[in-house]
Design a protein around this ligand. Structure first.
Ligand SMILES: [Zn+2]
Length: 225
């Protein structure tokens, strides 16, 4: 189904739930879309100081791209690279614009009962590792999420995942870090792929070696500075 790389751990990201891992610099995490239908929200934090977090705004500046492609890095709130996308067997459709779902989002969608959500999953996953985050963070990297910029250049369209079963991405750690994931529980807005919009399991593997490597790119600066 997918290439095997040397790994020290395999964990399920259960449908509608979160999972976090700690990576040493130079290790990587492979995120597999087992069913090919699932959006997986992702956050990362400096393991030595969790007030420094992976920041989508700083990432877009660094790469000069709306959404990352292989070779691009994710940048922290202190403007240090924290993760680099080193492999992607999916069609390359991911999202950095949309806020993670949270309890309030489901209220706004008409839910009258509590609904599992990515933002709580972030805190649950980190708590399993004994880490308490200093504040919330709605700005996730939404792996496999299909948000299409329309031809007018500013309107966004929310569409279902276009990934195939077994597609994966690999994120290399550029510092010791925590990386948290949520198999997005969204089942109202149609974002999970292939029709029925049912959240499903994904899988992560912590890779130690043998995975593709790319050179770390520096920050973008204008050519004529
Ligand atoms: Zn979500």
């Amino acid at each position: 189904m997918s290439a095997e790389f040397e790994h020290r751990d395999i964990q399920l990201i259960a449908a509608r739930h979160g999972k976090a891992v700690r990576l040493a610099k130079g290790e990587a995490v492979q995120v597999l879309n087992l069913h090919g239908t699932q959006v997986v929200d992702c956050w990362a934090y400096n393991a030595d100081d969790v007030s420094e977090y992976m920041c989508m705004e700083a990432t877009r500046v660094w790469n000069q791209r709306l959404n990352p492609q292989v070779g691009d890095s994710f940048i922290t709130s202190q403007r240090h690279p924290i993760l680099t996308l080193v492999a992607d067997t999916s069609p390359g459709v991911h999202d950095t614009f949309m806020a993670a779902c949270d309890a309030r989002r489901y209220e706004l969608l008409g839910c009258t009962e509590p609904h599992r959500n990515c933002h709580d999953n972030l805190f649950e996953g980190m708590a399993e590792l004994g880490v308490k985050l200093p504040h919330g963070n709605l700005a996730s990297f939404n792996i496999f999420m299909n948000i299409q910029v329309q031809p007018d250049g500013r309107t966004l369209k929310t569409l279902p995942v276009v990934t195939r079963p077994g597609d994966y991405i690999i994120l290399r750690a550029e510092m010791d870090c925590y990386v948290a994931f949520s198999a997005c529980p969204q089942d109202i807005v149609s974002i999970q792929g292939q029709g029925d919009n049912t959240p499903r399991d994904a899988e992560l593997r912590i890779l130690t070696s043998g995975f593709p490597q790319v050179k770390l790119q520096g920050a973008w600066v204008p050519e004529e500075v």
